[in-house]
Design a binder for this molecule. Structure first.
Ligand SMILES: Nc1ncnc2c1ncn2[C@@H]1O[C@H](COP(=O)(O)OP(=O)(O)OP(=O)(O)O)[C@@H](O)[C@H]1O
Length: 227
């Protein structure tokens, strides 16, 4: 049976007064790996922002991990974000502290109290991305690929129901992109649901999966041809 973690029905997305996407109907089920593609300016980031509550949904119906995007209150956004893991192109790690302290900051901000449990969780997520021994490092002491793996681990801290990755390989060279993609594939195999916006068609070909395309104010599913 389908088990949607995201359902959009007849949604329109605006930036200010301008319509970015209209009549969007999308469903993502638990365990899916879904790409969101489209040229620059086609609305991928606006779509992602709507999902994590950065852009208010004003038209249509939107449900994501138990939240109604139409009625979402400002005060609920931090709670929504705890159920989502968001990964950005530019990593967004706090540069003034180590990886471990970045993670402690997130855990404390999301209500964790037990120091031992926090340390155990940090070790678990760093292990998942192959960075177990790097927790003592500052972000500037890590390569771009390592920083992105840390950012993915951070997104996993609260066991999110859906991971939203907006161009996660956008700042990485092709080889490093593949390494980061392997990490995303692995965590998807272990049950995490992932929506990934990307420009990188080479990754799509190497790791085919359900693909949504933003084009001419629409979002539609692209059927990948098997070669
Ligand atoms: N904060 C904003 N205020 C007004 N218009 C915006 C804003 N952000 C984006 N837009 C406009 O909305 C449209 C969609 O932009 P969006 O960033 O969602 O596209 P994108 O597909 O993510 O592009 P890119 O791949 O370059 O990030 C563009 O026409 C853009 O100029």
């Amino acid at each position: 049976m389908s088990n949607p973690v995201l359902k959009l029905k007849d949604v329109s997305i605006y930036q200010g007064n301008s319509l970015v996407l209209s009549n969007v109907n999308v469903e993502i089920n638990k365990g899916d790996f879904v790409y969101l593609i489209g040229r620059t300016g086609s609305g991928k980031s606006s779509f992602m922002k709507t999902l994590y509550g950065d852009l208010h949904l004003t038209e249509g119906e939107g449900h994501i991990v138990d939240y109604n995007l139409r009625t979402l209150k400002e005060s609920e956004i931090p709670f929504l974000r705890r159920k989502l893991g968001v990964v950005f192109q530019d990593f967004k790690l706090l540069t003034d502290r180590t990886v471990n302290d970045n993670f402690l900051f997130v855990l404390q901000a999301t209500g964790w109290k037990d120091k031992q449990a926090m340390n155990t969780r940090i070790e678990e997520v760093l292990t998942k991305v192959g960075m177990k021994t790097k927790g003592f490092k500052f972000p500037h002491e890590l390569s771009g690929g390592e920083q992105q793996r840390v950012a993915i681990a951070r997104a996993l801290l609260n066991n999110p129901e859906l991971i939203l990755a907006d161009e996660p390989t956008g700042n990485l060279d092709p080889q490093t992109s593949v390494e980061v993609m392997e990490v995303l594939q692995e965590i998807n195999k272990n049950g995490n649901t992932i929506l990934m916006a990307t420009h990188d068609y080479a990754l799509l070909l190497k790791y085919p999966s359900k693909t949504l395309k933003c084009d001419e104010n629409q979002v539609y599913e692209v059927v990948q041809r098997k070669s």
